[in-house]
Design a protein around this ligand. Structure first.
Ligand code: PLP
Ligand code: ZN
Length: 405
């Protein structure tokens, strides 16, 4: 017996969960993404919730009373529980950096892949598939490598070297496609769903957001149940940003916190599709755009979770901003130099956004702010080629230099 049901984000029709049901049959895959709704009154009585007996370092499965499946994979005890660092930076009194680059495959996406793998096992599937800008695929491929299930991956041929290496090393069946992420996504859905494989596409499979929302739970627990005023995160398809809102909302619903942070979605200026829809206002109408950015993970022109991403951010009192590629690359360097944390471009975008909001006095010294760093910089070394010195010295040169110093 499930402890949840599904509800369409647009028409509110409710569904009993069943294998193969990914979106509202009436509203379709973009307007009709589904929400997973639990019995919050019952969860309030769970002893873990009543006693607030959470652990600041435990994996995301410590929250399994609000998840659609239980831990069973080898990696599950190590997914989530990522550090929440505090730094005195940018003149802010209370700045937190949630660093998800330390997950097993080095990105936030492990939170969703772990759920997908467990649900696929629950439903006795033999194959899982995914189209991805890179991280979701490398995460699924690596976390699924040890299970009996096959992994089929569809990615644009342009994905960064680190992510490609993870795919190949994990032994997944990889189809590198000449086309944009948006084209690869459509193609993979057509092929994968026809085959009846389990679909790890966070934007249409409603359960994957459930894994991602644990990032919000951890921010609360690790910050001693104090809720930040703002949470900033990079946005492509729109699932991560939506998941953060849902996480805070559910913790409020079960009485663990009293307010929800303003969620600020940060997009790349070159391809800010969700910002465009959000700024036009309600009713939110999907509007595909073309463009590009150095932040490959958020290079999405046809975002699939656009409706939730707009509704949830609006409900939080937040908004969307966009930042230039130059600002993103500067943010990677600055984060590295000031904190030692290495972020891939999409993961540094919210830090770039925060700097701009402070400069515009939209965020002040007194505000508490959490920036979610969603991916490790080692995945995309090429992006920072411009700031890496390639100079090398002969031994004689170096000895002379030190003598003259
Ligand atoms: C590192 C990183 N940050 C942010 C995102 C954005 O997530 P979403 O596509 O759910 O908006 C992604 C998605 O691939 C990602 O890999
Ligand atoms: Zn519907």
């Amino acid at each position: 017996m499930n402890n949840y049901f599904l509800r369409c984000i647009s028409c509110k029709k409710e569904y009993e969960p069943r294998p193969g049901l990914y979106f509202c049959e009436k509203c379709g895959p973009i307007m009709g993404t589904l929400e997973v709704i639990y019995d919050y009154e019952k969860i309030k009585e769970n002893p873990v919730v009543v006693q607030k007996s959470f652990n600041k370092k435990a994996s995301m499965y410590q929250f399994d009373f609000l998840l659609p499946t239980k831990a069973k994979g080898k990696f599950d005890p190590y997914v989530g529980g990522t550090p929440l660092y505090k730094f005195n930076l940018l003149g802010l009194k209370d700045l937190m950096l949630k660093y998800d680059g330390s997950n097993p495959s080095s990105s936030y996406k492990d939170r969703a892949s772990s759920i997908a793998i467990n649900l696929a096992l629950d439903e006795k599937n033999d194959t899982v598939f995914c189209a991805s800008t890179g991280n979701a695929a490398s995460s699924l491929a690596m976390l699924n490598a040890h299970t009996p299930m096959e992994t089929y991956i569809f990615v644009p041929s342009t994905i960064p070297g680190g992510k490609r290496a993870q795919l190949e090393i994990s032994g997944a069946k990889v189809f590198s496609v000449e086309g944009t992420y948006d084209e690869v996504y459509d193609l993979s859905l057509e092929l994968g769903l026809k085959k009846g494989w389990y679909c790890r596409h966070a934007a249409i499979n409603p359960y994957l957001l459930e894994g991602k929302k644990t990032g919000a739970f951890e921010i609360v627990v690790q910050n001693d149940f104090k809720v930040p005023d703002y949470v900033l995160v990079g946005v492509g398809d729109g699932t991560v940003v939506s998941s953060l809102y849902k996480g805070f909302k559910e913790f409020k619903e079960i009485g663990l916190i009293e307010s929800i942070p303003k969620i600020i979605g940060v997009q790349a200026e070159g391809i800010a599709a969700i910002k465009h829809v959000f700024d036009k206002g309600e009713p939110y109408t999907p509007h595909p755009i073309k463009g590009s950015t150095v932040a490959d993970s958020i290079s999405v022109g046809t975002p699939r979770d656009v409706i939730k991403a707009c509704k949830y951010v609006a409900e939080s009192g937040g908004y969307y901003i966009s930042v230039s590629d130059e600002a993103i690359l500067n943010a990677i360097s600055e984060l590295g130099k000031e904190t030692g944390l290495f972020a891939e471009p999409a993961a540094a975008a919210p830090y770039a956004g925060l700097k701009e909001l402070i400069a515009e006095e939209k965020i002040s010294r007194e505000d508490s702010v959490c920036v979610v760093i969603t991916g490790n910089g080692l995945k995309d070394i090429k992006a920072v080629e411009g700031v890496i010195s390639s100079k090398s010295y002969s031994k004689e040169e170096l000895l002379k230099m030190f003598n003259d110093w």
